[in-house]
Design a protein around this ligand. Structure first.
Ligand code: NAD
Length: 290
């Protein structure tokens, strides 16, 4: 398949490389990032999109996505599919899909979970919004870049799935960390706390699979000095998107709102930037109620 790939950073680079390695003809464009092996360089985003059957974008945010989409949509061939894999706000995802469909193209919002490791190893999970036909067209590429692709419904709901999942993740991580910090102060050993909670009704992915306490549970960023992993500032980005969507849809999300406030403070005032999002545990452990 002829594929245009725009945005070849930490995630897009290895995703494009996997498509090229699988034998697809990939033409890439990025403002700064180097071309991955096997990907030919285009001079502009529009050039990367010309003649492509599928154009994939992996960009930092919704404003950049809108700008890139305005440039590539007129250059694309009728019937081709524009597939955005970035994490962006639901409104931008829907606006870009509308623009693409009006131009006779297919459109998908297909954000991912799995991080840079998943992008490199081809084990991402894709959650897609758009028509059945557009999803079917891109599904073979999802199979190369990932291990699972779920067609969630119409345009925008792929992003909805992503931000709802990550809102649960952020809230749950904070709950797990504050409970460990409370356990410390009550004289409950962290390993014993894990032994009980991981097999009781307080269990969760953050406790059982990504435990924020060093030396407890399976290996996680906590065992590596809280180097990410999933950086606190990326969690903040996703929590902010969930709150933007909640305001836009008039949804009451008090826990998500508080999680966003705590991660904002952590990243902007408390040296959390560049740390894994589980570094909330040392933050809570070092504090009192004041
Ligand atoms: P990144 O900053 O490494 O890559 C983004 C790339 O886009 C950069 O190389 C940048 O030069 C390029 N770019 C910016 N504006 C451009 C333009 N106008 N034209 C062409 N290229 C342009 O970011 P990333 O970590 O690869 O993340 C990409 C997206 O994936 C984000 O939306 C992020 O939220 C999402 N995501 C990231 C992770 C992760 O763990 N890093 C996990 C899941 C989802």
């Amino acid at each position: 398949m002829k594929i245009g790939f725009i945005g070849l950073g930490n995630m897009g680079g290895p995703m494009a490389a996997n498509l090229a390695r699988a034998g697809h003809a990939v033409t890439g464009f990025d403002l700064t990032a180097p071309m991955p092996e096997g990907v030919s360089r285009a001079a502009t985003a529009a050039e990367a999109a010309q003649d492509a059957e599928v154009v994939i974008t992996m960009l930092p945010n919704g404003a950049i996505l809108r700008a890139v989409a305005a440039e590539v949509i007129p250059a694309m061939t009728a019937g081709a599919v524009l597939c955005d894999c970035s994490t962006v706000d639901v409104d931008s995802a829907r606006a870009v899909a509308e623009m693409a469909v009006a131009a006779g193209l297919g459109a998908l919002d297909a954000p991912v979970s799995g991080g840079v490791g998943g992008a490199t190893n081809g084990t991402l999970t894709f959650m897609a919004g758009g028509t059945e036909a557009a999803f079917a067209r891109v599904a073979p590429l999802f199979e190369i870049m990932g291990q699972k692709a779920v067609h969630c419904g119409d345009s925008g709901v792929g992003q909805a799935a992503k931000i709802c999942n990550n809102m649960i993740l952020g809230v749950t991580m904070i709950a797990t960390c504050e409970a460990f910090a409370l356990a410390d102060k009550l004289g409950l050993d962290r390993q014993k706390m894990f032994d009980v909670v991981s097999t009781s009704s307080g269990y969760s992915w953050t406790m059982n699979a990504y435990c924020p306490a060093p030396g407890v549970g399976p290996t996680s960023p906590a065992d590596n000095g809280y180097k990410p992993g999933f950086a606190a500032e990326l969690m903040l980005k996703d929590l902010d998107l969930s709150q933007q969507a909640a305001v836009s849809a008039d949804a009451d999300t008090p826990m998500g709102q508080l999680a966003a406030e705590l991660y904002r403070r952590f990243v902007t005032e408390e040296s959390g930037r560049g740390m894994d999002f589980s570094a909330m545990l040392p933050r809570f452990a070092a504090r009192g109620r004041g």
